[in-house]
Design a protein around this ligand. Structure first.
Ligand code: ATP
Ligand code: MG
Length: 389
């Protein structure tokens, strides 16, 4: 039974973070009559624009976040980003349901915690790695791992603060870059062996009261550590898929309690010889799985909305091969414009999602995705280039 928004019986959901993934989730929750509340560190967030209620607060500040939770009195809380005060969430969980749970949120936002859990407790193959908490220690770690290697802040996302090191003279530069782009006050970094993988996938993994199931795998390409395009079906072997599913099952079983429900984006690298490396996991919808908005009858957002409202999980089969290509803007502006007419006039089955972000800073921002059905990743790339979107 679900109530109605603005009414006494409203089922209230509070999202911590209002990005593009939150926006689609809010829309799906509203289709089910849920009252949606979104808080975000920025004003006019994409999800905030479509939610019933929105709050512009500093989510890293304990008092501000606590006050918002106290005022809203939500039935459940959904972390949509990683930049918020985790202690407040842990405390809130004593009386409010957190999806999937506060512990999984805490572990997965920290590269060391999730990697140790996956590698040491779940038997997942990971890249060789070392940790370093000072510039000096970084030199030692780099020498142990060898070059090229990848240096990442322990807490960051979308490739922020991440560099590929090929030259020992650049260690100090990488250290500084990681520090400048690390979230919170954690200075520690991870140094990973660079893997020449053949393909990279996200395996959307559902945990439903102890039962584990999967979406069909999603293949993706990243540029400068950030998502460029994703597609289904993925071109990977049955052997690699079975291994990824085994790893994902082990990890999700460690992150969840039997009473939990949740959706997880498990990221894997796969080599030509079918070695599968566990990379990381998001305990929420995944950016690469935006492709499910055009490949499945029920996208990752519909599925998660069903989980949050305690409804049965709908069909997750792929019905249309498809590609999601990001729409990036590289020039700073507070008045973004998009010329999408030409791509919609092609004979392709194309649709566009513009996130509604109101500015571009730092010369790069993901502003939308273009969804192509019955189109290969190469064709999608070529169309994006042709129309200079
Ligand atoms: N050890 C590695 N070897 C080769 N490529 C790597 C390695 N680590 C990361 N990458 C590349 O960089 C991308 C981003 O890395 P990762 O997923 O660890 O960081 P992230 O900042 O959390 O990204 P996101 O939040 O967008 O998922 C990966 O998807 C992969 O393409
Ligand atoms: Mg990633």
């Amino acid at each position: 039974m679900i109530g109605s928004p603005y009414c006494k019986n409203a089922y209230k959901v509070l999202l911590l973070g209002g990005g593009e993934l939150g926006k689609e989730l809010v829309i799906e929750l509203q289709r089910l009559g849920v009252e949606t509340h979104v808080c975000d560190n920025k004003d006019m967030s994409p999800a905030g624009q479509v939610a019933h209620f929105t709050y512009h607060i500093n989510m890293l500040d304990a008092t501000e976040l606590q006050t918002t939770i106290d005022n809203v009195k939500p039935h459940c809380i959904i972390p949509e980003v990683e930049a918020f005060n985790i202690d407040v969430l842990k405390e809130a969980e004593k009386t409010i349901k957190v999806f999937p749970n506060a512990r999984a949120t805490d572990i997965t936002m920290n590269r060391q915690k999730i990697r140790d859990l996956a590698h040491l407790e779940c038997g997942c193959q990971t890249t060789n790695h070392e940790y370093a908490d000072s510039e000096q220690a970084l030199f030692t770690a780099v020498d142990k791992i060898g070059m090229p290697c990848v240096i990442k802040p322990l807490m960051s996302s979308s490739g922020k603060g991440q560099s590929i090191l090929r030259n020992r003279d650049e260690v100090s530069k990488c250290w500084k870059y990681a520090q400048d782009n690390s979230r919170g006050n954690i200075s520690k970094v991870i140094v990973e062996e660079f893997i020449e993988f053949d393909s990279e996938i996200t395996l959307m993994t559902l945990y439903d009261h102890g039962k584990v199931s999967f979406f069909e795998p999603i293949q993706h390409e990243q540029k400068q550590g950030d998502y460029l395009l994703s597609s289904q079906p993925a071109q990977i072997s049955e052997t690699a898929l079975a291994k990824a599913q085994e790893y994902a099952t082990n990890v999700v079983n460690k992150l969840c309690e039997p009473e939990d429900r949740g959706i997880f984006g498990m990221e894997f690298f796969i080599t030509l010889s079918d070695t599968v490396y566990f990379n990381e996991v998001s305990p929420r919808p995944h950016d690469t799985a935006m492709v499910t908005m055009c490949t499945q009858l029920y996208s990752q957002f519909t599925v998660y909305a069903h989980m949050i409202t305690n409804l049965p999980i709908p069909d997750t089969k792929v019905y249309f091969p498809g590609v999601s290509h990001t729409l990036l803007k590289f020039e700073n502006t507070d008045n973004p414009e998009f010329h999408i007419e030409p791509i919609l006039e092609t004979d392709r089955d194309v649709s566009v999602r513009l996130f509604g972000k109101t500015n571009v800073t730092n010369n790069r921002r993901r502003m939308g995705v273009v969804l192509f059905r019955n189109t290969s990743p190469d064709q999608a790339k070529s169309l994006m280039n042709t129309f200079a979107i």
